[in-house]
Design a protein around this ligand. Structure first.
Ligand code: 5GP
Ligand code: MN
Length: 364
């Protein structure tokens, strides 16, 4: 009898993976780097561990190994829970658009190479979109989301058959002549940042894990990465407030008869608990631990809209749910979008009604 577990990764998946970083594409990337002197790296809004991890890993490779004056420009105000990847001496190389728009746009304008990571479209860089699109520099995409905006890039490394943009970048860097498949030749900071991105996007190796994911982790560990130190920064360094608000939200969590769970965090409660951006990371995963729950939704109030995070078990598409009802997207089992206040949605009550109707329609 065929074993489904062992046979999960068919040969075609492996082929798909090999096709992404071909020797020809690696050579083109290598030549682009050799020709560049000032590179700008960017990622999606609300940068998470994979976005900051992949940018930070590439920043160090470009600076230390290739002598390129590289900078990271992000749409946000700061790097949230992944700020530990930005040591004091790296601060001059990071530019946050919500903090200083003119500075961020000036960095893009003077760059002769644009690399977008962990993001399938310039539209997901929010305030940076016009400046990035408007750049005359060659553009490279290193990503793992559905539907990459292929027409906007000169070179694309992207597949969904991979854990994270960090894993995609690891493959690309290993194909560079100076690294030549030897992870110990990566700058030490790059190795740590890649491990961080892969760890957060897989929810600490619980989801989106492919054979290459463990292989990469193994090679990074062998190269000297201290995984315990990364885990301590990621999962044992929260403020008490985070757990208090988590308890509050779980207490109020709603389960629907169709197998959905949802939690809503209003601005008022965020303020009451003294919670800041990024501190609710991971909450949306928790309800999936209930046997009956196949779709979990977390709504967080922002300026004029609710940010929507959704996660699903196999067989239910979080991506389709986010796309259909919240104008969003992401991955099959981890996606997000937005719900704007409008003429028909003016109160939290209306938000709940819209969400309940969407869940009922989608899951019935
Ligand atoms: P999270 O729930 O962690 O914010 O996001 C989960 C996944 O969905 C990530 O891959 C993220 O890039 C994607 N995502 C989150 N919000 C949006 C959105 O508004 N639009 C799209 N297209 N993707 C999103
Ligand atoms: Mn990612």
């Amino acid at each position: 009898m065929k074993c489904n577990i062992i046979c999960k990764f068919a040969d075609e998946k492996a082929e798909q993976m090999n096709a992404v970083v071909t020797p020809e594409k690696a050579l083109r990337f290598d030549r682009m780097l050799s020709a560049a002197s000032r590179a700008v790296l960017s990622a999606h809004i609300h940068a998470d561990g994979d976005a900051v991890g992949s940018c930070s890993a590439l920043l160090h490779y470009l600076r230390e190994s290739r002598g390129i004056d590289a900078h990271v420009v992000l749409p946000d105000r700061d790097a949230g829970g992944t700020s530990f990847l930005i040591p004091e001496e790296d601060r001059p190389y990071y530019h946050f658009h919500l903090t200083d728009a003119a500075d961020a746009e000036a960095v893009i304008a003077r760059s002769d190479l644009v690399i977008l990571l962990d993001c399938n479209s310039f539209s997901r860089t929010e305030g940076l979109e016009a400046a990035l699109r408007g750049s005359a520099a060659p553009k490279v995409l290193i990503d793992h989301h559905l539907n990459p905006e292929t027409e906007s890039f000169d070179l694309i490394f992207s597949t969904e058959a991979i854990s994270s943009a960090s894993e995609m970048l690891f493959q690309v860097l290993c194909a560079m002549p100076d690294v030549a498949g030897d992870a110990s030749r990566l700058p030490a900071h790059s190795a740590v940042a890649l491990m961080t991105g892969m760890t957060t996007d897989t929810n600490n190796f619980a989801n989106s894990v492919f054979p290459g994911t463990f292989e990469m982790a193994s090679r990074l560990l062998a190269a000297g990465v201290d995984r315990d130190a990364i885990l301590s920064q990621l999962y044992n360094s929260y403020r008490e407030n985070r757990l208090r608000v988590m308890g509050f939200l779980l207490g109020k969590m709603t389960l629907t008869p169709e197998g959905a769970a949802y939690m809503i965090l209003t601005k008022r409660n965020m303020n009451a608990f003294g919670i800041s951006e990024g501190e609710t990371e991971g909450f949306v995963n928790i309800p999936l631990s209930i046997r009956e729950v196949r779709l979990s939704v977390f709504l967080k109030q922002d300026a004029g809209y609710f940010r929507v995070s959704t996660r699903s078990k196999k067989g239910t598409s979080a991506q389709q749910f986010a796309a259909r009802y919240f104008n969003g997207g992401g991955h099959e089992n981890a996606a997000g979008g937005r719900l704007y206040f409008s003429d028909s949605i003016t109160s939290i009550k209306d938000v709940v009604a819209y969400l309940e109707n969407a869940l009922n329609e989608f899951l019935s």
